[in-house]
Design a protein. Structure first.
Length: 208
């Protein structure tokens, strides 16, 4: 059994970040999506492969100008290398399913900063795209906002990264690839910090 399967009882954490045209997953466009796989070696957990795509707004999608001001995304930029929503999901899911097999895991669990937001947009995109085999659990998630608040005393991502000593690039913030990567670094750092507590608890439950 792999370290990931053992640590999370067959679940596999996968960090996800989305950039969107608004706050409503049912009506607003998904504009970027990125996932970072979590890996493990003798030193602990660390961010692995990244899949990062710019996405074409689905037909009839709403886009709120205020959201574009925050992300800096221009959906109408002719050189923007966007692909259809369904294609982006299919390519991401292929990577996730491969990692599930390699790690003896049965289901991916979304890790996100304010995870309910990312999971809501992911689930809505899956439904629109009529994808039947979604490797992600539909409602279970790991929220780094909560974890950072508990262990670092900070809930804002940039402040949590600062306390954790993780380097930042403010100019890259609010892009899905960057946010997913630093969220993965934060998640792995917190996992590694609590590893001694986990090992002690696991040993006690097994009677060793």
């Amino acid at each position: 059994m792999s370290a990931l399967a053992k640590r999370f009882r067959g679940y596999m954490p996968v960090v996800v970040d989305v950039e969107t045209g608004g706050l409503d997953a049912s009506t607003d466009a998904l504009l970027e999506i990125a996932v970072v796989l979590v890996e493990h070696d003798e030193k602990g957990f660390f961010p692995g492969e990244t899949c990062d795509f710019q996405v074409e707004p689905f037909a009839g999608a709403r886009i709120v100008e205020k959201s574009l001001e925050i992300t800096g995304i221009d959906p109408d930029q002719p050189l923007r290398p966007a692909i259809p929503e369904r294609e982006a999901l299919q390519r991401i899911f292929r990577s996730v399913r491969r990692a599930l097999r390699e790690n003896d895991c049965t289901r991916a669990v979304l890790v996100g900063h304010n995870a309910f937001f990312d999971l809501g947009f992911l689930n809505a995109a899956v439904e629109r795209s009529e994808i039947k085999r979604n490797p992600f659990h539909p409602f279970v998630s790991f929220d780094t906002t909560t974890l950072a608040g508990v262990f670092l005393g900070q809930t804002v991502l940039a402040r949590a990264l600062e306390v954790a000593g993780i380097p930042q690039d403010p100019d890259a913030a609010h892009s899905a690839g960057y946010d997913a990567r630093v969220t993965a670094e934060l998640f792995c750092l917190l996992l590694n910090r609590v590893a001694p507590i986990y090992r002690k608890a696991a040993g006690a439950s097994s009677g060793t």
